[in-house]
Design a protein around this ligand. Structure first.
Ligand SMILES: [Zn+2]
Length: 111
């Protein structure tokens, strides 16, 4: 999958054994990681499909902020991952309206 964030195209890949190393050289497992230089979003393969999507949206939120020269506390971005997942999944009419560019569908017009 590819995702465009702020006009840049990111490759999304599922990775086995996604981790980083802490300050003392210990391996720390990650659910996801966005790398701006290579325009790549990695998502851990071993987590559930739903958690992969939450993680992907979380990494997209990181990317949106990065492209705007902003940053936010990690816990705010965790909230955005879950919040966006629920918003998108539970509101298909909202997604259609955003794609359409207006709230009302043509068949809903009253004028
Ligand atoms: Zn994060």
């Amino acid at each position: 999958m590819k995702i465009k964030i702020g006009g840049l195209l990111y490759d999304v890949i599922a990775v086995t054994d996604l981790h980083t190393t802490d300050g003392e050289g210990r391996k720390v497992d990650l659910n996801g990681r966005i790398t701006y230089g290579t325009q790549q979003i990695e998502v851990a393969r071993q987590i559930t499909y739903e958690r992969q999507l939450v993680t992907l949206l979380h990494e997209c939120a990181h990317g949106i902020l990065e492209h705007a020269g902003q940053d936010a506390p990690e816990n705010s971005l965790v909230a955005m991952g879950y919040g966006l997942f629920a918003l998108i999944r539970e509101n298909p009419e909202l997604i259609e309206a955003v794609k359409r560019g207006r709230i009302e569908a043509a068949s809903d017009e009253h004028d």
